[in-house]
Every structure is written in C-alpha cells, then in structure tokens.
Design a protein around this ligand. Structure first.
Ligand SMILES: [Zn+2]
Ligand SMILES: [Zn+2]
Length: 420
C-alpha cells in the first residue's frame, strides 16, 4: 500500500544537518572560457529554520494506484528523517538539485557516486557559485570522486555546470551521445574531459581510440579542435555495474547528428537494490500534443515503447523534458508505471513555453505523487538562505528533492533545503 504523509505548508527545515567548515578548491572561468583553479573557504553549511510560503508543497494529492508498491512520501522541507550518511550499505540516495530551469541529478550509493546532467538556463554562474557545485560542496564536503558523469544531450540546461564538476572532482567515466554541438557549455565540457585524460570517455558517436575532432563553427571561445581518447562506445541495452546491487542500463543511445539535440537523449534506467529509476533526459514523443496521442514511432519515447517496453517499468521517473507536452504520453507512462515522479523546471521559457506544462503535471499527479523544483521559485529568487548565490534574483537553490532507497524499506521522498 502506498503511504502518503502530508506535512503542513509552513514547516521547519531538516534539523541538525551538516554543520561543517572545510577548505575546498573551486574553479573560475576566465574571459576565454578556460578554467583556472583557486581556493576558498565556504561558509558553514548548516540547517536553517525557514517558514515557507503557503503556496503548497509536494503535489501529493495524486491518487495512489491500488497495486503500488510501498512508498513513503513526505511533503515538507522538514523531511521527517535524518539525512543518510554516505556509505551506508544497502542505501542509495537520489538528489534532484534545484538548478532553476534545467536538470541535475546526483545518485549516491555506498560505493559510487553518479551525476546525470548538470545544467541550467538561468543560473549561468560558474566556479563555486553554480547550484550543482555549491550543492555538492555543501552536502558532501568530503566527496573526492564522482565515478560516473552521464550527459543526456548537449543542451545548456543539461551541461552548463559539468565542466566545473570535471575540473573540481576526480571523475571516473563520462557517458554522453558525443554529437559535437555548437553549444559553448558543451564545448567547454569536452575540453574539460580532454584535459583529464584518465577519464574513461564513452560516447555513442565515436569508436574507441585517439581521435582529433572539430566542433562546428561557433562563437565559443574555446579551441575548435581537440584531441581525445575515446573508450568503448555505448551500446543500447548495455548494463554497467555501478556498485554492489546497483546497475545502469542504457535504453536509448543515439550518436547521429540530429536537428534537435533532444533526439540524442541518452536514456538510462538505474537499478538500486530492488528499486529502479528512469532518467529520460529530454526524450520527446513528438510535437506538443495531448497525452492520449500515441508517441511518434520515430521519437525517443516511441522507440523506447517499441523496443524496451519490458524494461521501462520504474519506481521513480524523472519526467522527460522538464514536464513538457512534447513528452510523457499516456502510452509511455502506462509502461513505466512510476510510483513517484520528479519534475525539474523553472521560469526560463523554452521557445514560448514555461515548463512543466500544467496538463502534464496533472497527468502525473493522477498516477501518484509529484515532486518539483519550481514550487518556490518566486520566493526563492530573493531568499538569503539557499544553495548557491543568495538573493540573486534567480530561481534555484531552494527546492532540492531527495529520494532515499533503503534495502527492505519503502523509498522515501522529501524536499531538502540547506544553505552554503
Ligand atoms: Zn532540457
Ligand atoms: Zn534539451
């Protein structure tokens, strides 16, 4: 039975979380787009007592389906549980970092750390101030190594922060479509990989071995050509062992040059013990349309349903394309059958649309609880207590979502706020 615990709109934050002062490195991008190292000492990360506006918390009003597996959902920032210490056997934690308009997912297991996307269209701060680097530095000051960085596709709202991540932490492997795009943040990302040759760099577009590649004409202030050594290419259906009881399976892999980079979205399903998470990036089903329209067979969602219907079922879904009507058709949702959906969105419009689309949120809510990063965007912009730059007039930094998977227990979802 699905258990939903509602918590009042005004609530206290997680108490006793992380009172630490550490010296950490950070990087600063110079005028040429290169990255330079410097050191700083961040302020203490500590819990804060903040009264949230009464604009509502998690969309926990969705009717749970009768056959759903147990799932504990906590609606308020006070979470209701102490944060899990990293390294606890049989425990995995997924963080959806509130990066404003974009996506950043961090998954921690007892024996690995994985990032799936890290970018934003409205938080373009670099060095320590960007929301993802700030979040990691604040929540995990002892983190030294990130075993896997997965980039779904080269759009800025997915890649903007990743060059700083690669320069700042030791990264084991990178997985991405490999289509050389004009996007400047993507080009910085590839140059960052090139400058750390120990990274195992897997793409869908390049065979293993050394190769000199050229970016398409652009105004990006990075060298047009770059020497890379690629690792084995990513194959659809391939399974990567992440750690004890945890795997990553690639369900959509496309390294062809497409008009729309979203069509390259690397779709990944994680198995964390007996639970699973589907990460579809900006996979689309066709043009903006109603949910009952079948996904186009040539679309990423269409291909997923055709080729991997049996493997799509997942306890947790991170909604594709920020909850856009281009994605998440009913036919897709029927096979994924998530117990819980996470949506990362913000006020920066995509073309003329601000995401998520209300119709998609409504559809998701009809299937189960929905947690989203954009709940408090207006108040968050002027907040003096958020991750990353404070009161900078920009969204992000407030509505981080954390899902904890413990072996033998129901997954637990909650909002998580801290400040750095
Ligand atoms: Zn996107
Ligand atoms: Zn995109």
């Amino acid at each position: 039975m699905l258990r939903v615990v509602k918590v009042g709109a005004a609530c206290r934050l997680v108490s006793g979380v992380l009172a630490l002062v550490v010296a950490v490195g950070c990087s600063r991008r110079d005028g040429d787009g290169h990255v330079a190292e410097r050191r700083h000492t961040p302020r203490a990360l500590r819990s804060a007592e903040v009264t949230l506006p009464g604009s509502g918390r998690a969309d926990t009003t969705g009717a749970p389906d009768a056959g759903a597996a147990p799932l504990a959902v906590v609606g308020g920032h006070d979470g209701g549980g102490a944060p899990v210490a990293p390294g606890t056997p049989g425990t995995w934690v997924l963080h959806m970092v509130d990066v404003g308009t974009g996506l950043a997912i961090v998954v921690e297991g007892p024996d690995f750390t994985l990032i799936y996307d890290g970018g934003s269209n409205d938080d373009l701060a670099d060095e320590r101030a960007n929301r993802l680097v700030s979040y990691l530095a604040a929540a995990r000051p002892d983190l030294r190594r990130i075993d896997h960085v997965v980039l779904s596709h080269a759009h800025r709202d997915h890649v903007e922060f990743l060059p700083d991540v690669i320069d700042r932490w030791e990264v084991g492997a990178v997985w991405e479509p490999g289509v050389l795009a004009k996007v400047c943040a993507y080009q910085r990302f590839v140059h960052a990989i090139a400058s750390h040759p120990r990274i195992a760099y897997h793409t869908a577009a390049h065979m293993a071995g050394p190769q000199r590649v050229s970016f398409p004409r652009s105004s990006c202030r990075v060298p047009k050509e770059v020497d890379l050594t690629y690792a084995a290419p990513i194959a659809e259906g391939a399974v990567v062992r992440l750690g004890d009881g945890a795997t990553m399976r690639f369900l959509h892999v496309d390294g062809e040059r497409r008009e729309n980079l979203n069509e390259n979205s690397l779709v990944v399903r994680l198995e964390l013990g007996e639970r699973s998470v589907l990460l579809p990036g900006d996979a689309e089903a066709g043009k903006r349309d109603a949910a009952d329209v079948a996904p186009a067979p040539s679309s990423v969602e269409g291909k997923l349903v055709l080729r991997h219907a049996k493997e799509l079922a997942s306890d947790v879904l991170v909604a594709a394309h920020h909850g856009s009507r281009t994605s998440t058709r009913s036919a897709f949702l029927d096979v994924v059958a998530p117990k819980l959906t996470l949506v990362s969105g913000g006020p920066h419009p995509y073309a003329s649309h601000t995401l998520p689309d209300p119709e998609v949120v409504e559809l998701l809510r009809s299937r189960g609880p929905v947690f989203r990063t954009d709940v408090d965007d207006a108040a968050c912009a002027s907040s003096k207590a958020k991750i990353g730059r404070d009161a900078d007039g920009r969204p992000g930094g407030c509505d981080n979502v954390r899902v904890t998977f413990r072996k033998g227990e129901a997954p637990r979802a909650e909002y998580f706020r801290g400040h750095d």
